[in-house]
Design a protein around this ligand. Structure first.
Ligand SMILES: [Zn+2]
Length: 118
């Protein structure tokens, strides 16, 4: 079990297992947000506080909702627009830095090729 919390603590997320790797994406949105993604199945993730207040942002191709805290502004997670999707992601920047310090980070080229660069 690992936890993620926005800066003010209004949104808290409990995840069944520590991520094995993290992804840094350079798409137009992730690049600006500075997020570090840990991917999970939705059944591995529980929003324990603030699920109702998380603000969604839906961009261009409408494939996912990017959520942030309305109080402190931290990007918390994304969910697929497709209800059947088996993938979502939590922003690992909201996890304890010591917990994730040794987890490898992969660079994903979401801007152009949609492939990992390493
Ligand atoms: Zn907050």
């Amino acid at each position: 079990m690992i936890e993620a919390s926005c800066h003010c603590g209004a949104i808290r997320i409990a995840i069944s297992e520590r991520p094995k790797r993290l992804t840094s994406c350079n798409c137009s949105l992730c690049h600006r947000l500075g997020t570090l993604w840990a991917y999970y199945r939705p059944d591995q993730v529980t929003i324990t506080h603030g699920a109702g207040i998380a603000v969604p942002y839906i961009q261009g191709d409408r494939t996912l909702k990017m959520f942030h805290c309305p109080t402190c502004g931290c990007t918390t997670h994304w969910e697929a627009m497709d209800q059947e999707a088996d993938r979502m992601a939590v922003n690992a920047r909201l996890m304890d830095p010591i917990e994730i310090a040794t987890i490898p980070i992969r660079r994903f080229d979401g801007a152009l090729t949609w492939t990992y660069l390493d």
